[in-house]
Write a protein that binds this ligand. Structure first.
Ligand code: SF4
Ligand code: SF4
Length: 161
């Protein structure tokens, strides 16, 4: 288990995620699709020079933390490349609306970084599978807990994302 003994807090979710990943020696904009989408849509601070860090400096934080572990070795990398993507596609979690709880507020639609939730006033939000990057920001945003998840399953093998 990764234990850094650090507490991170911030006012911009994108900047906070990117800093956390940077501490783990990971480039969030390069390796995490939904963070890249959020950045491209201008929904958060992503340029390192625009992120103000208070308290411990980034370089000092990096000195006392361990790196995120990635698949090591050629075989692991090759197997992970072939099967990892298939497993990811089948087991990625997709949002599912619970219409009994949904209040038709539309907040989920506004937060979706790739605009795949269609919403019209007084109607339930419509979730489109195509293009969904499975970030589950919609689920986090729904204060009524009206969004559950389910595995994409075998159909995920045909997804491009
Ligand atoms: S945020 Fe929740 S309650 Fe509001 S429309 Fe979306 S699913 Fe429904
Ligand atoms: S998980 Fe929700 S917020 Fe994320 S891309 Fe899919 S529909 Fe949009």
């Amino acid at each position: 288990m990764l234990r850094w003994n650090l507490i991170l807090a911030g006012t911009d979710e994108l900047a906070l995620d990117l800093v956390a990943l940077e501490i783990g020696k990971f480039n969030g904009l390069k390796h995490v699709p939904h963070l890249k989408s959020i950045f491209n849509r201008g929904l958060g601070i992503g340029n390192p020079e625009d992120i103000e860090i208070i308290g411990m400096s980034l370089s000092d934080a990096k000195k006392i933390t361990t790196k995120f572990k990635t698949p090591a070795g050629f075989m692991t990398g090759a197997i992970s490349c072939i099967t990892g993507n298939m497993v990811y596609k089948m087991y990625k979690k997709m949002p599912v609306l619970n219409p009994k709880i949904c209040k038709k507020c539309g907040n989920c639609s506004q937060i979706c970084p790739v605009n795949v939730i269609k919403f019209e006033k007084k109607h339930y939000p419509l979730f489109t599978v195509k293009g969904c990057i499975s970030c589950l920001c919609c689920m986090e945003m729904c204060t009524y807990n009206a969004i559950n998840t389910k595995y994409r399953g075998a159909m995920g093998l045909f997804d491009k994302t």
